[in-house]
Design a protein around this ligand. Structure first.
Ligand code: ADP
Ligand code: MG
Length: 376
């Protein structure tokens, strides 16, 4: 989606990804011999160096990259600093969820209580004594879509939790009994100017984002603005340009906690392609290329995004939802060109726009009904 946006601005894109036919590489054909994509891992220092030699500006769309090598390649070419956004130091803080929470807390952002935990049964018990049960145990690194979280409901699960989290470095968070999950995309220029998108409601299923509704509806007319202010303050505290997704918890009394930050375009911002004046992708490009930022305003009264998550290994389920969507006014299909369907894999998404919430619900109904059993 970033590459598709770039092509409209005549910006040439080179992708580093292990797959020769990775989705992004299907969007941009190499336009000259020296502009060929790189086949390799974003965690492989040599491959990052190879990419760095080919580009003027380097950005990431996943935070689990080798940030130390990014820092190194920044000054690798003589006399010229390579622009890397967001900055490697920002990526380094965010990719370690414990450091991220420390950073947010230090900058006065509201976060639930948290503490570092060693990977031992005694340490997990100690954390549960301090923060109570249920306890959210999280892997500090390499976590996504809930893979990296364990909800400890009783002390005798400590062993199971440690092995389920792969014996990686852990930390614990106090359980947050939220009433809703909300999110705000924020775009930041290299100079630190920030603009936020409307607050949205995100609905997760099995820890994966399932639905997004924009804008956030609430009886409290000040809530959206409050969420945007918290998100903007969070992103002001980091360095480097780009878009950031800020995931938050809304409490019964209107309090907001920051859950986590993604230093990149985010699933909760996919709806911006059809529903906002400038998509999160275009604004990411504008920010990292030092172009003027675009308006983040909604251009429709109501929008939703439905993630197409694989339910089995059959592509047929995706085709079925696509065919339903093609008959719904205001529905836009985005399939990602992944060669295989797998349970839990993000295969694409559908955005719906409508003149009212009632119309949006009516348009969403047949889509939810066409999802495979048990995933609606
Ligand atoms: P991921 O990187 O997998 O998105 P998150 O830290 O966002 O990991 O956690 C995934 C989901 O788990 C959240 O969207 C939320 O539903 C739930 N969750 C995370 N932290 C807590 C917490 N402290 N209390 C209650 N639920 C939580
Ligand atoms: Mg999350």
């Amino acid at each position: 989606m970033l590459a598709a946006s770039a092509s409209l601005l005549n910006v040439k894109v080179i992708i580093l990804d292990a797959g020769e036919h990775a989705p992004a590489k299907q969007i941009v054909a190499p336009s000259a011999p020296h502009l060929t994509h790189v086949d390799g891992s974003f965690a492989d220092p040599d491959k990052i160096r190879e990419l760095a030699r080919k580009v003027d500006v380097l950005t990431v769309e996943i935070e689990h990259v080798d940030a130390a090598t990014l820092e190194e390649v920044r000054f690798a070419s003589q006399g010229k600093e390579l622009a890397i956004h967001p900055s490697p130091s920002t990526i380094q803080i965010i990719q370690d969820k414990f450091r991220q929470k420390q950073h947010l807390s230090l900058h006065g952002l509201p976060v639930s209580e948290f503490l570092e935990v060693e990977s031992s049964v005694e340490a997990v018990h100690g954390a549960a004594q301090k923060l109570g049960l249920p306890l959210m145990l999280k892997s500090r690194t390499l976590a996504y879509d809930g893979r990296g979280n364990f909800v400890l409901r009783s002390l005798d699960q400590a062993d199971e939790a440690i092995s389920a989290l792969g014996n990686r470095p852990l930390y614990a968070e106090k359980w947050v009994p939220f009433v809703k999950e909300i999110a705000v995309m924020v775009v930041r220029t290299g100079e630190g100017e920030v603009l936020s998108y409307p607050a949205v409601e995100t609905i997760h299923k099995d820890n994966i984002c399932h639905l997004v509704f924009a804008p956030l509806r609430s009886r409290d007319s000040l809530l959206s603005q409050k969420a945007r202010s918290v998100a903007e303050k969070a992103i002001r505290s980091f360095s480097g340009a780009g878009v950031f997704g800020v995931e938050m918890f809304l409490m019964d009394n209107g309090d907001i906690f920051v859950n986590e930050i993604a230093p990149r375009p985010h699933n909760s911002g996919h709806y911006t392609i059809e529903a906002c004046e400038t998509s999160q992708y275009e604004n990411h490009l504008r920010a990292i290329l030092s172009l003027p930022l675009g308006s983040t305003a909604l251009k429709v009264p109501s929008a939703a995004m439905l993630n197409l998550i694989g339910h089995s290994s059959s592509m047929e389920e995706i085709t079925k939802i696509k065919n339903t969507a093609l008959n719904i006014p205001g529905a836009s299909v985005h399939l990602y060109g992944k060669s295989e369907c797998r349970k839990g894999r993000k295969m694409g998404h559908i955005t719906l726009v409508a003149e009212s919430d009632a119309q949006l619900r009516a348009r969403l109904r047949p889509l939810l009904q066409s999802l495979p059993e048990s995933s609606s």
